[in-house]
Design a protein around this ligand. Sequence first.
Ligand SMILES: [Zn+2]
Length: 111
Amino acid sequence: MSHPFTVYQCHSCGLRSITAPGYCSRCRSKQSYELIEAEGRGTVFSCTTVYVCEQKWQAEAPYQLAVIECEEGLRVLGRIADSGANPVKIGTSVTLTEVRDGVPFFHIMQG
Ligand SMILES: [Zn+2]
């Protein structure tokens, strides 16, 4: 499945970032970053149930909004698909399945 979930990687030290930084926060390099495609696998770092949200997402509430600690070393805010009002346990393995309107959706990996 293809999911255009890209992150910026510092040319000098390899630090990764969600947004394009003016300079690297680790090595202070002003060298250009390259865009790489993230695998999108990670674990749930924190999680909260959203009942009230932006109008366009309201029909899907309640849903789980989680901070995912990705294998690339990033923490990403995204939604856990198909979880409804059920909180997801911290440390649960998840994988990115799609990006909708800039929001990454993760599925819980079974087994
Ligand atoms: Zn760097």
